[in-house]
Design a protein around this ligand. Structure first.
Ligand SMILES: Cc1cn([C@@H]2O[C@H](COP(=O)(O)OP(=O)(O)OP(=O)(O)O)[C@@H](O)[C@H]2O)c(=O)[nH]c1=O
Length: 632
């Protein structure tokens, strides 16, 4: 969840950071933005003398970095991002621009110039919104810069050299890093600290606010975005339509938008002296009760601290089927819901209020009702229902995560502590009961449904006549594939106990002939013939030995020129994003999540070539590769 509503506007977009700077990645990650990192190949060689002011150079370089990435992704990788962000940080002293030092001597030259003096740090930023029209790339470019003044103390030669030998200056503009050892050199900073570190976050948010919430003519005092506008300013506004929207909506409620993501969060908002809500700050009062200064609330940390309460409220409401009740019966009072589901009135009321505060329910004088998102994703009967996965999270993942401390200490999955069983084989031991088996399948079905369209369309698969979805479970992806590619015949291959339970999940009233279910164990039995093999959410679950068995078999049966499609959440190269995949590993599954280069390496090892990766922006990304033809 992104707390800041303007950054929240980027949640549903494919955002690319065109920068290799780890600091920029960290600054944006820290505020909850999900993005892909594609470092720019643009060489920072613009002619400095052709710019009248240093900031113009930084802005132009930032723009060129972002343009290069947008064009490259569109043309070379056939992936048009929604938004590309580029940035360039420079240090300016005595009318000279300093970039990153090329060697230690250069670092010494730069630091000597800064010694005992004030200088400016400029970061230029470009935000490019991209659209692909008739295969042509169209772009809207917004740029800006931020200046921060920094003063160095008088520093001895010895200290400068000691600092240079630490290695820190080499990848940093001006030859210092204010966020680390370089902080010791600095006497004062005037302006945005993060701008010096490499990214002016505050100005960036204001720019996004200007872009996504242009000022309303009905509300002149909000016209200028001198501060990041308050949360309630944004409520119930959609992109670019604030001219006609009003600002009289209720304060303080965070809401799920139609895509199921939070659009705002006002829990930590407060009012400044002019009565304008300021988002993240708490006024500190002196003895006279006068607001002195504002301390930043660590919103992200507070949100994490409380995350378990919110998860559990969602789980319990789902378990009690409250969203189903409300979907069928409309607004209901707490007492009636309590009677229907057989719970206490006071407990139910608290739970319903918690759900309303989380944006899952709406509360009006008529009673509680589902939000649109709750109807779509939380009621158990919808096509895109996540009910199965939520119940799986409550009954299976929650107990495992309750034992996380032991899991980390021992480095192993805690099935024995959570369930009293050392289960390796899910279906034969722990998943012994029909109910548990169906619950697990329902969980997998929820995710497969939500991701199937993006997986099916990530690449053009129309060249294939037959596909075999190994571990294809309920057939959700298979059904999507035959919808998208009417000439494709898909076989779902899964364990007999899974296949025996698939009938419940089949789409009704649809011609399902092209999907066939075959039972077998992909580690032991021979695999059905197909032009395209699919492994969706399989590889991350198994240890290397098992993967070796499986990929050797797929490679042996896959004919040269035919293909393998892998659907998994692909980690970035640092393996810290997206956190949904990183957190999944935390329960110590025997398998692991992989980065793009790791998938490439793994697949090439088993004779697959031309490995292409598509980051979909959905929960699953897609890797397509082809069996090496014999002549290669
Ligand atoms: C003054 C200062 C700078 N930096 C780093 O200096 C690099 C500037 O170089 P850039 O050309 O803008 O970026 P890059 O690192 O080459 O990445 P890219 O965007 O790919 O060009 C960026 O990293 C910044 O964080 C710090 O980490 N701390 C500081 O106090």
């Amino acid at each position: 969840m992104v707390l800041n509503p303007v950054l929240g506007k980027l949640v549903s977009k494919r955002v690319v950071l065109a920068s290799a700077s780890p600091r920029r990645q960290e600054i944006l990650t820290n505020v909850g933005l999900r993005f892909e990192v594609v470092p720019s190949w643009f060489k920072e060689t613009l002619e400095k003398s052709s710019f009248t002011a240093p900031y113009e150079y930084a802005v132009e370089t930032a723009k060129q970095k972002a343009l290069e990435v947008a064009n490259r992704m569109h043309v070379k990788h056939l992936r048009t991002p929604d938004v590309v962000i580029g940035a360039d940080t420079i240090v300016s002293v005595d009318e000279q621009i300093l970039e990153k030092p090329v060697d230690k001597q250069d670092a010494y030259r730069m630091l000597s110039r800064l010694n005992g003096k004030e200088h400016s740090v400029f970061t230029g930023v470009a935000i490019i919104h991209c659209h692909s029209k008739d295969n042509q790339l169209e772009m809207d470019i917004t740029d800006f810069y931020e200046e921060t003044k920094v003063k160095f103390s008088e520093l001895s030669e010895e200290l400068l050299w000691e600092y240079i030998h630490s290695g820190e200056p080499m990848d940093k503009a001006g030859g210092y890093g204010i966020q680390a050892l370089g902080g010791m050199l600095v006497e004062y900073v005037h302006g945005d600290f993060l701008n010096v570190v490499g990214f002016p976050l505050n100005h960036f948010c204001k720019k996004l606010a200007e872009l996504y919430y242009p000022p309303s003519k009905h509300n002149v005092q909000r016209k200028k975005y001198d501060s990041i506008p308050s949360v309630d300013t944004f409520e119930n506004q959609s992109d670019g339509e604030s001219e006609s929207s009003n600002f009289t909506k209720q304060k303080g409620a965070s809401k799920l938008d139609s895509s199921g993501t939070y659009s705002s969060e006002a829990v930590y908002a407060s009012e400044n002296s002019s009565g304008v809500r300021t988002g993240f700050t708490v006024p500190l009062e002196n003895q006279n009760g006068v607001s002195q200064s504002a301390a930043k609330l660590p919103s992200k940390i507070l949100e994490l601290m409380d995350g378990f309460r919110a998860s559990k409220a969602l789980f319990v409401a789902s378990k009690l089927k409250i969203f189903d009740h409300l979907k069928d019966k409309g607004p209901m009072k707490a007492v009636d819901i309590a009677n229907d589901v057989g719970t206490s009135v006071c407990g139910t009321e608290r739970l319903l209020d918690a759900c309303a505060s989380l944006g899952l329910l709406e509360k009006t004088p008529q009673g509680y009702s589902n939000t649109d998102s709750a109807n779509t994703y939380l009621a158990s009967d919808g096509k895109y229902s996540l009910h199965g996965y939520i119940i799986h999270s409550n009954d299976h993942l929650w107990p495992l995560f309750t034992n996380l401390e032991s899991a980390v200490k021992e480095g192993s999955r805690q099935n024995h502590r959570a369930f009293g069983k050392k289960a390796d084989d899910l279906f034969k031991d722990y998943y012994h009961s029909q109910e548990v088996k169906q619950r697990f399948m329902s969980a997998m079905h929820s995710i497969a449904h939500l991701t199937a369209r993006d997986v099916a369309t990530a690449f053009d698969l129309s060249q294939f006549k037959s596909a075999c979805d190994l571990g294809g479970c309920t057939g959700a992806l298979a059904h999507e594939l035959v919808q998208v590619y009417p000439n494709l015949k898909v076989t779902v291959f899964d364990l007999p106990e899974v296949i025996a339970n698939t009938s419940y999940f089949q789409p009704s009233g649809q011609h399902t002939a092209p999907v066939t279910f075959v039972s077998g164990d992909f580690f032991k039995d021979s695999l059905p013939e197909a032009d395209l093999y699919i492994l969706s959410r399989v590889l991350h679950d198994w240890p290397d030995e098992k993967i070796h068995v499986l990929l050797s078999k797929v490679s042996a049966v896959c004919r040269p020129g035919n293909a393998l499609l892998v659907a998994e959440t692909v980690l970035d190269e640092q393996k810290t994003h997206p956190s949904v995949a990183v957190l999944q590993s935390l329960s110590m599954t025997e398998g692991k999540q992989r980065s793009g280069s790791e998938y490439k390496q793994l697949l090439e090892k088993y004779g697959f070539t031309d490995v292409q990766i598509k980051i979909t922006g959905n929960l699953l990304d897609v890797v397509l590769c082809f069996k090496k033809s014999l002549s290669l």
